[in-house]
Design a protein around this ligand. Structure first.
Ligand SMILES: [Zn+2]
Length: 453
């Protein structure tokens, strides 16, 4: 609700009366019906698009929305159950690094086995999310905080930590095909792999690690499932609040700050310390704005050319955390094919849903959002060529290259080649239907035997 949003987001000053005014104005346009959106906005503060979201509940998706709600209830119940059962609430905080304390016994074995390999690149986050009953983000973060001893180092209150992580996880929209809590968990797992890179690991302070993991976990929180141009052209309140610049990223950051303050997670720390942490989190999350890609890439390249990165300097470590988070955010094409393919389908599904909304409301269809014109293979090849490859080429140089960099680069090239063959196949054999992702001719490798750690 808007009053909650004011409280939690700090900078947000959007009031219910303003919300109503926007509804009236947009209805007067005669193009956008905000009736249902009004209901949804009343149900939760945040980023839902100010248009008729009833379209998202078409008959085809009704079951999905309902099962989404069921999952949410189940997840909440499960969360309460394991909190009660947890040794933490009985005062028995495990001290063994990597020990488990959050999972239901039924899942302990399998999920625990997975957590023991959380630093491997073929970690299957989809499976992990199922084993943790939709709590992959909370479970992963608690585990990693234990691994690094961050709870002890920052004297964190376990109940506050759980409250904060629970809020972050719940504020991701589970109905988004891509920008949901599983993506956040995936980025966090990738970030962990990058923080372990020998070039970085020895230099990072506990604060660096804390900020890196927190930024990864929260970097897309409350993502509405549509992009910035969509928010601007539908005159969403977030677009005007953040003056059409890094709208989503600013919202992710301010929402995180709101939840940090609401949970009181850092309230025991000196004011200058938690204020600095909030600012650094902002700088990390804002770096994920893809429109700033060139700015970061050029600086990164320059540092590598001049060999002047000095990781003794806090500012250089912060820059490398920004780069690591950017890499983690777009690393899907560097995963083994079976995982990579699922992410590709999900992100394109989210684009197409935006395109459907735009078509329905007579708005210009955004690039990549037209299911009839933009195939999954074509979108992926463009994404890999213009965003992922240039960034990971520099990361490869930075790590000199590490074993992980070589593995990622291998997957990236194989996946790109695979999408190219799929595009060729569908352009020449089947231009009528939506691209069918299963490749007719599985190429040697392709991730067999690698998808389950
Ligand atoms: Zn993201």
């Amino acid at each position: 609700m808007s009053c909650l949003m004011v409280e939690r987001c700090g900078a947000v000053t959007f009031k219910r009366s303003e919300q109503n005014a926007i509804h009236v104005r947009m209805l007067a346009d005669g193009r956008l019906n905000t009736g249902h959106a009004g209901v949804l906005l009343a149900e939760r503060r945040g980023s839902y698009p100010l248009i008729d979201l009833h379209i998202l509940k078409t008959s085809a998706q009704q079951g999905e929305v309902e099962s989404g709600n069921r999952r949410k209830v189940k997840r909440l119940l499960s969360f309460q159950r394991y909190c009660h059962a947890s040794r933490l609430l009985r005062g028995l905080v495990p001290h063994t690094p990597g020990s488990l304390h959050l999972l239901d016994d039924d899942y302990l074995g399998q999920a625990g086995h997975m957590l023991s390999k959380v630093g491997t690149w073929n970690f299957d986050i989809f499976l992990f999310d199922r084993l943790t009953n939709g709590n992959s983000l909370v479970t992963l973060m608690c585990h990693l905080f234990n691994v690094y001893g961050l709870i002890h180092h920052f004297q964190l209150d376990m109940v506050k930590l759980h409250r904060f992580l629970g809020m972050v996880q719940e504020d991701y929209h589970s109905q988004n095909p891509y920008h949901n809590a599983v993506h956040a968990a995936d980025v966090t797992q990738a970030m962990y792999c990058y923080l372990k890179e020998p070039k970085l690991a020895e230099q990072l302070s506990p604060l660096d690690v804390f900020l890196g993991l927190m930024a990864a976990a929260a970097h897309d929180v409350d993502h509405p499932g549509v992009n910035q141009p969509f928010l601007i052209k539908t005159r969403h309140h977030l677009a005007s609040l953040y003056q059409n610049t890094s709208v989503l990223e600013s919202h992710h950051w301010r929402s995180t700050v709101g939840m940090l303050r609401e949970s009181g997670l850092l309230s025991h720390l000196p004011a200058d310390m938690w204020q600095d942490m909030e600012q650094q989190l902002g700088s990390l999350i804002l770096a994920t704005d893809i429109s700033r890609q060139n700015e970061f890439l050029l600086t990164f390249r320059e540092h590598l050319d001049n060999q002047d990165l000095d990781l003794q300097l806090a500012s250089h470590r912060h820059f490398m955390l920004q780069i690591a988070l950017k890499c983690a955010d777009v690393c899907n094409p560097c995963r083994v094919w079976e995982l990579s393919r699922q992410w590709s389908e999900r992100v394109c599904e989210e684009f197409y849903r935006q395109g459907d909304l735009e078509r329905k409301f007579d708005l210009e269809i955004s690039p990549l959002c037209n299911q009839q014109a933009d195939s999954v293979p074509a979108i992926q090849i463009g994404f890999i060529s213009y965003i992922v490859q240039p960034l990971f080429e520099e990361w490869y140089r930075f790590t000199e290259p590490s074993l992980l960099s070589q593995t990622m680069t291998g997957h990236l090239h194989k996946n790109k080649a695979r999408w190219s063959r799929l595009r060729y196949t569908h352009t020449h054999l089947d231009t009528q239907t939506h691209p069918h992702i299963d490749e007719p001719e599985p190429e040697g490798g392709g991730g067999e035997g690698e998808s389950i750690p």
